[in-house]
Design a protein around this ligand. Structure first.
Ligand SMILES: [Fe+2]
Length: 269
């Protein structure tokens, strides 16, 4: 994306906090500190220690450490402010505004990204093949629905059975959520109730080249035949659904923007 366009998207979509210079004095940006916030640098350091290779599934101790850092992170740590127009509840900048994402840092073993959802913005049901994902809702309120594949569900069938893991509303400040390759709600959907900012640590990152592309799904209630199939193993409180892989819905396409918050210093490790 050319810089001019990135600037336009940034202003309209998120209004990223930016250093003030002579040219941008009239724009609604805040001044940002030049130093990297300690928490962002700590996050990077902990990610480096945790994700040693693309096969890494973090051990409990590393999960706790990363969660602790993320739990204490704030919008300001990534150069944002709740005063930005984008985050004002009910303040719809543009109808049908799309979800926006930016990459704070990426290497072969992990990535740190942010997603900005406008009010009613949706990130449809999608998976994270072989990945562990830490999600911290920095601002806003959103509904989250997530599933895990049933172990015996055939990966090749058109409709694949999944167990509902979460179906709830998150309101910031809240604890970091973690999903794993086969548990914790690896397939999830976000629907913003108010404008939201989500900070994600993804290890390993998506990679078409390494067979870790993102797939999208829609969910259906289980039919009688499938209900019967799981009847024997079903717990009373469990819910199940059938997931069908789909193309990413046109109205859920996302816009990528340049990260303009404080940069991580990857030479200090
Ligand atoms: Fe996700």
């Amino acid at each position: 994306m050319e810089i001019g366009l990135v600037d336009k998207v940034r202003e309209r979509r998120v209004g990223y906090v930016k250093r003030i210079n002579a040219k941008s004095r009239n724009k609604p940006y805040c001044r940002v500190k030049r130093h990297v916030p300690k928490s962002l640098q700590q996050l990077f350091h902990s990610c480096k220690q945790t994700f040693k290779g693309p096969e890494t599934v973090p051990v409990t101790q590393d999960v706790h450490k990363l969660c602790h850092i993320l739990d204490n992170m704030k919008l300001e740590d990534v150069g944002l402010s709740r005063d930005l127009q984008f985050f004002k509840p009910g303040n719809i900048i543009k109808e049908n505004q799309r979800v926006t994402y930016t990459t704070v840092y990426k290497c072969d073993n992990f990535s740190v990204c942010m997603f900005f959802l406008p009010e009613r913005g949706v990130i449809p049901l999608h998976n994270h093949p072989g990945m562990t994902v830490f999600s911290k809702l920095l601002l806003g309120q959103m509904h989250i629905k997530s599933y895990d594949w049933l172990p015996h569900a055939s990966p090749n069938s058109k409709l694949r059975m999944a167990k509902l893991k979460a179906n709830k509303v998150l309101t910031s400040p809240c604890d970091t959520s973690v999903l794993y390759p086969t548990t914790g709600g690896n397939i999830h959907e976000f629907t913003a109730i108010t404008p939201c900012a989500v900070l994600d640590v993804i290890g390993p990152p998506y990679s078409k080249q390494h067979d870790r592309d993102c797939s999208y799904y829609r969910d259906f209630p289980c039919d009688d035949a499938h209900q019967k199939e799981i009847g024997k193993v079903k717990d009373e409180n469990d819910s199940y659904a059938l997931l069908e892989e789909i193309q990413m819905p046109q109205n859920c396409q996302m816009d990528g923007i340049q990260y303009l918050g404080p940069p991580i210093d990857d030479t200090v490790f």
